[in-house]
Ligand binder design. Structure first.
Ligand code: ADP
Ligand code: MG
Length: 684
């Protein structure tokens, strides 16, 4: 796309720059340094400190090619600054041309300007592979700090610096925001902020504000970045409201009848969010609501009530879960709830693909009232006749692309996403700002909190005894096998080994095994046996992580707990404590623990609240990993930090709303500067 804004660089360089996301001048302007080097003043060699980057100058007093211990070129320079004014430059790899140029410089008595760190070598003070230049005559020193940019193979700092300096001269740096508003909120003008960050005055090097990105210039850039993010999210949100969706006005009393048939009453929080969802479904544009609530708070029934409303209005509902085990649990539960009320519930997963049954199921799915399944539901094949509502359980397990694919299946059906992974406030305000949010902040009555115990592997015997005691008391236990991320094959072996060991250690108990490699009917059979109480101890891989609901299970043992992530541990722990029995989660770990592993286990030991755990997780891992760019569909923030810059997130959100309302042209210019053409995903 050659535009007026295209980069003035050879095609080969342009291609490499694309890898860095640099396609336009504006991109270069916003490509900010990682750090700086000070080449504004020359230090006398005799005074130069060890281990700190310095600029020195001197003439070559010797140039030697040494062959031992390995081939190297050693250039000795001196600036006659007194005792210790000699410095060796050592090059272990060099070109012949380089050697000749240095030889020339020595003969002509030319000066070298050198930047690097001095260290104490075997034969005295030296610099290894410093950056240097042979000076022709008295070349002026830099008058600002030298930026060091993130770069990629084949694009040197020098090339990047020249391109960026050029872009800064040619690009439009005009102020896009209201100047008074900016100064009221202590935001520097855009042009001065970027100019400063690309070429700061030397005195700023000592100030930490530049390095830790708290300087006013950084503040402005971070604000602009957050504003662009808020604007794109908000635009996607508004665009959705322009699309039509069926108004799901229930003709009957299905939802009321379902509620009346339940053995429990809804909690206040469940009633509140069910009403929020019901109101959304009556709107003529697609709902996109995230239903959040800690494990075990009862999200499924809220989803079932929404499905009732859609069915009553004459539309179909698709209900997706990330794994077959979970999808099947949902299917069984929904069927038990809804079939007595005359609703036809259909089961559809990927493993049915090749059989004859698949064709029949696909056929049935076109008209079934409620279809439950895995993401097989969004793969080709089903033509829903009247899809009105899509429910996605454990939303954080699906990528944004899968979600969009699903939406295309019907004429913009309403979407209800559910997640037990709570989103900390700053994340909710940024990456998830295009969704409406409902939170269930209350557990059903009668739950007793799960006790968490930490055991070193050396005390495994005590854990085995605890399993025995639990089963003797009529309860059941889960035993989660070590996670082996790098290989599914090894993980399977570990699961088989754990099962064999436990079967020997607890030979009088009934031990079941559940892992991802079982055929789906085998998985279903094991799960059914556990639900029916025919298995005492279920040895499982993390396939049970999400959604599994067996109220009689009161002990969860997690082997090698130090290998699991925080949200995984929290989810696993949530598999127990679902009935009224006292429940325990044992975290077995293998010492010695790394510092992060220790920090993670401490968090899970000390906190039961999923929100607090997620907040700490965010701190330990950072938002990039927390949501994954794949899932966010939004370019990850490069400069702003959601924790540190929380105040800027709020401010950006405020201004984004105001601009879109009152000054859409300004909003568009700002987005163009920051996002350019990288906004496709959001428009879908
Ligand atoms: P999650 O939010 O983790 O998906 P579930 O929907 O699986 O939770 O509900 C957990 C368990 O609590 C289920 O057995 C469900 O039937 C039960 N449950 C849900 N709501 C209530 C309630 N209001 N009172 C008692 N039990 C409930
Ligand atoms: Mg659930």
């Amino acid at each position: 796309m050659p535009t007026a804004d295209a980069l003035d660089a050879p095609a080969a360089i342009r291609k490499r720059l694309q890898k860095l996301g640099l396609q336009r001048r504006d991109d270069l302007v916003l490509h900010l340094p990682l750090r700086y080097e000070d080449e504004t003043c020359v230090t006398a060699i005799a005074d130069a400190p060890i281990g700190v980057p310095v600029l020195v100058e001197g003439r070559l007093v010797d140039l030697a090619l040494r062959l031992a211990p390995r081939r190297q070129l050693v250039a000795r320079i001196s600036d006659a600054s007194g005792d210790g004014s000699v410095l060796d430059l050592r090059f272990l790899s060099f070109y012949g041309s380089q050697q000749r140029a240095l030889e020339n410089a020595r003969e002509r008595g030319q000066k070298l300007r050198i930047f690097g760190e001095i260290r104490c070598g075997f034969l005295g003070r030296e610099m290894v592979h410093p950056r240097y230049r042979i000076l022709s005559d008295d070349e002026a020193l830099a008058d600002s700090l030298t930026p060091v940019y993130p770069t990629t193979a084949g694009v040197s700092q020098g090339v990047l610096r020249r391109l960026i300096a050029g872009a800064l001269r040619a690009a439009d740096l005009s102020e896009l925001l209201d100047e008074d508003w900016c100064s009221r909120h202590s935001l520097l003008p855009f042009a001065s902020a970027v100019a400063l960050l690309h070429a700061p005055p030397p005195e700023l090097l000592a100030a930490t504000a530049l390095q830790n990105r708290s300087h006013a210039a950084w503040r402005r850039v971070k604000f602009d970045e957050l504003l662009a993010q808020q604007l794109s999210l908000r635009r996607a949100y508004l665009a959705r409201r322009q699309k039509g969706a069926p108004v799901l006005l229930a003709a009957g009393q299905l939802a009321d009848r379902l509620q009346a048939s339940l053995p429990f009453a809804l909690t206040g929080a469940q009633r509140r969010v069910a009403a929020e969802v019901a109101a959304d479904l009556l709107q003529p544009y697609p709902m996109q609501r995230l239903l959040q609530g800690d494990v075990g708070c009862g999200k499924t029934i809220v989803a079932a009530l929404a499905a009732c409303q859609a069915i009553d209005a004459g539309y179909q509902t698709a209900f997706m879960a990330p794994t077959e085990i979970l999808a099947e649990q949902h299917f069984l539960k929904l069927r038990a709830w809804l079939e007595p009320l005359g609703v036809e519930v259909l089961w559809l997963v990927g493993s049915l693909r090749k059989s004859v049954k698949r064709a029949q199921q696909l056929q049935a799915a076109t008209t079934a009232q409620l279809v439950v399944g895995t993401h097989a539901l969004i793969q080709e094949g089903i033509d829903f006749a009247r899809l009105g509502l899509v429910i996605v359980d454990e939303q954080h397990r699906f990528g944004v692309v899968q979600r969009l694919e699903l939406r295309r299946k019907g004429a913009n059906p309403h979407q209800l996403m559910m997640s037990a992974t709570p989103i900390p406030r700053t994340l909710a305000m940024s990456y998830y700002a295009d969704l409406d949010l409902s939170v269930i902040d209350e557990l059903p009555p009668g739950r007793s909190p799960v006790k968490t115990r930490l055991f070193s592997d050396a005390r495994r015997d005590e854990v085995i005894a605890a399993v025995r005691a639990v089963v003797a008391g009529g309860r059941q236990a889960y035993w989660v096998c070590p996670l082996i991320e790098e290989s599914a094959q090894l993980e399977l072996q570990a699961a088989l080994a754990t099962h064999a060991t436990l079967s020997a250690e607890l030979h009088d108990l009934r031990i079941g095994l559940l892992h991802g490699r079982l055929r789906s009917d085998e998985k279903a059979a094991v799960m059914a046996a556990f639900v029916a109480g025919e298995i005492d101890v279920l040895v499982a891989t993390t396939v049970i992580e999400v959604g599994v609901d067996v109220a009689n299970a009161s002990l969860m043992v997690i082997e090698h707990a130090e290998r699991f992530g925080l949200s995984q541990l929290h989810q696993l722990r949530g598999r127990v404590g679902r009935g009224s029995h006292d429940s325990v989660c044992v975290l077995l770990y293998q010492p010695p623990l790394s510092a992060t592993a220790r920090a993670r286990l401490k968090v899970i030991f000390e906190h039961a609240d999923g929100f607090e755990i997620a907040r700490q997780d965010l701190q330990l891992r950072g938002p990039g990993e927390f949501i994954g760019s794949r899932q966010s569909g939004v370019p990850l923030l490069r400069y702003a930090d959601l924790e540190v810059d929380a105040d800027l997130v709020e401010l950006a959100r405020e201004l984004a709303l105001q601009l879109l309302r009152a000054e859409p042209a300004r909003a568009a210019s700002h987005l163009r500067r920051w996002v350019g053409n990288r906004e496709e995903l959001l428009k879908a």
